[in-house]
Write a protein that binds this ligand. Sequence first.
Ligand code: DHB
Length: 423
Amino acid sequence: MRTQVGIVGGGPAGALLSHLLHLQGIESVVLELRGREEVETAVRAGVLEHETAGLLRETGVGERMDREGAIHEGIELRFGGRGHRIDFADLTGRNIVVYGQQEVVKDLYAARLDAGGQITFEAAAVGLQDLDTSQPKIRFRRGAYLDLDAGGVRFSGDTEEEEIVCDFVAGCDGYFGPCRTSIPENVRKEHVRTYPFAWFGILVEGPPSTEELIYNLHERGFTLVSTRSPEIQRLYFQCDPNDEVDNWPDERIWEELQTRLDTDDGWTLERGKIYQKDIVQMRSFICEPLQHGRLFLAGDAAHIVPPTGAKGMNLAVNDVRVLAWGLSEFYSSGRTDLLDTYSEICLRRVWKASRFSWWMTSMLHRFHHEDDFRYGLQPAELDYVTSSRAASTSLAENYVGLPMDPVLGATGTERGQAAPTTS
Ligand code: DHB
């Protein structure tokens, strides 16, 4: 098989990259380990930064998002029994769209498959070769599935190894995929921070308790009240990273949430039918550089943020926006200026979003093993953030997304933030 850009991984990064490349007339093949339905129904975060939503609209895949997603113009920070609103619209003139990541992926798959794009599901890359030549290769096998109990990727049947010969490889295969580790250890630097807690997440069929997301600090730990739609609510509460879903019957969850979210004026949490429970681990991770020869990493393959602030998918979107322009420049003029700066441009934003996610996480969680001095500082910081316009603006502009770097073409002219639509 031969293509221009071989994309390993069909999550948001891989699917959007394939779409952006198609709009530039560049051919790609996407390999995705999971089945289509599995990707489309996976539960992930649901906050799109202002410019992420703008890019989806400008590239023709924002129609359902605009119909079904909800624009939020602020969030609530709750601590000491009181809520404080951070007004994004007033402070930044921008907003966010609450729309599930898997919905974005669904829209991208529909657009790619409608346009005759190639996404091979249940196919796993088993090796990358010749990354430092102009013809890198991806070896892969069909019939793949993930069996965590058996230690990872397995294959059903006797499928043979196949090969894709490409001009470039995009590693969009997540933290556990094979692409990142194809960068030799002597040139790869990995920055890691683990946190001493996790998030217990629930999906609830029932009405919302609040119009805007609530980020809450309580002495028992962090809580987040989020939503997916008027009928489906998403809530999280800080838990021990070694905790187990089975330790939390529904009644215990509701009591814990209500205790943490209590306010002086008697706020009550709407209950509903809990239909899914999961535990989300928290970690910061950054790989440097993001490029090696003709391999470019994007999304979770390259960096992980803790979920507080929902930056994960937004970073993936920025990576592939920059990569698509670099590749477009290469194919239109043969120049590699933009591709050569890919890692540097993306990492600037990655470090800033990592700082923001780390800061939100540190301010809003209970570090139970640390001393009282630390816990004393946290409400003080929240008090400052919610009472100073300068500090509120700092939080707001990071939350809605710092302005994306304009991508400059070889001639030095700004080429805009998104690839133009073909229609
Ligand atoms: C969601 C997740 C987040 O990490 C966050 O900061 C806001 C919302 C969510 O899943 O809805």
